[in-house]
Structure formats: structure tokens, C-alpha cells
Design a protein around this ligand. Structure first.
Ligand code: ADP
Ligand code: MG
Length: 143
């Protein structure tokens, strides 16, 4: 299992590959919080996850819909971007609990903004830069 580890990458392709493995291994009901600043590689990582789940549709950022659903993979995949929510109550309105306590895999970008309503067993993936190690260096912490 890709769990409780730190992975260092030096290209977008490598970061995507880490996501791919997580998608391949994901079990029903897994919730991942995906954290990291703008431009760090969250979207690239998510594309890898989707491919790992066997999803063939293109992955678009769900910024204007909060959640984007993909049903044609090995498990349903629910990709959230909660960056623009004003209040956690907006998550109730979209039926957040049905997603996170359902049988799919959830991946939530900017999950720190809804920390108080995340399920207890949410796993966290943090992507960080370290410019001293090069422009393309990323540290991916999974816990
Ligand atoms: P985010 O969704 O976090 O805003 P994106 O995935 O859209 O970020 O973009 C990440 C950018 O960083 C891309 O332009 C990508 O080419 C670049 N990049 C450089 N090195 C890496 C790396 N090791 N992992 C991921 N992205 C990288
Ligand atoms: Mg993005």
C-alpha cells in the first residue's frame, strides 16, 4: 500500500505515477485530502489517480461545481475542489456525506477548508516544493 510515506519526484510524469499507484490500490470508501499550494501538481497527481482507477474520460478541475463525478472506472471517483466554498454548510447541500460514506473514492483538493466535516479516517496527501532542490522537485507526503 502507498501509505505513510514520503516520495520525492523530479518531473510531472513521476508525480502522476504516484497518483496512478494510489488509484490502482484504492479501496471503496477511501477519502483523500489533497493539499498543496497553487501550481504544485495537484491536478497532475489527480489525473494519475483517475488513470489508476481505469477512468478514460478527461479530468477537469471541478472548481465551478465543487464535485466532478467519474463513473466509468473500477470504482466511482469523486473529485472535489472546495477552494471556493464560503461555508461548510454548502457541502451539506451537495450531499457531501453520501459521497464520503459511499462506495467510491473521494479526493478533495483544499480539504483543509472543510476540516471539521472530513471523515475521521481521511488520509492526507501533501505536495510541496523545495526550490533549493530544483524547480521540478516535489515532496509528496502520504499519511
Ligand atoms: P495545481 O493543480 O496544484 O495548481 P498543476 O498540476 O496544475 O498544479 O500544475 C503543476 C505544474 O508544475 C505543472 O506546470 C507541471 O508541469 C509543473 N511541475 C514541475 N515539476 C513537477 C513535479 N515534480 N510534479 C508535478 N508537477 C510538476
Ligand atoms: Mg489544480
Amino acid at each position: 500500500m502507498v501509505e505513510n510515506m514520503i516520495i520525492e519526484t523530479n518531473s510531472p510524469e513521476e508525480t502522476k505515477q504516484v497518483g496512478f499507484k494510489i488509484g490502482q490500490e484504492a479501496k471503496p470508501g477511501t477519502v483523500y485530502a489533497l493539499l498543496g499550494d497553487l501550481g504544485v501538481g495537484k491536478t497532475i497527481f489527480t489525473k494519475g489517480v483517475a488513470e489508476g482507477l481505469g477512468i478514460t474520460e478527461p479530468i477537469n478541475s471541478p472548481t465551478f461545481t465543487i464535485v466532478q463525478e467519474y463513473e466509468n472506472g473500477r470504482l466511482p471517483f469523486y473529485h472535489f475542489d472546495v477552494y471556493r466554498i464560503g461555508d461548510v454548510e454548502e457541502m451539506d447541500e451537495i450531499g457531501f456525506d453520501d459521497y464520503v460514506y459511499g462506495d467510491g473514492m473521494c479526493l478533495i483538493e483544499w480539504a483543509n477548508l472543510i476540516e471539521e466535516i472530513l471523515p475521521e479516517n481521511t488520509k492526507t496527501i501533501t505536495i510541496e516544493k523545495d526550490l533549493e532542490k530544483g524547480f521540478d522537485y516535489r515532496k509528496i507526503t502520504i499519511e
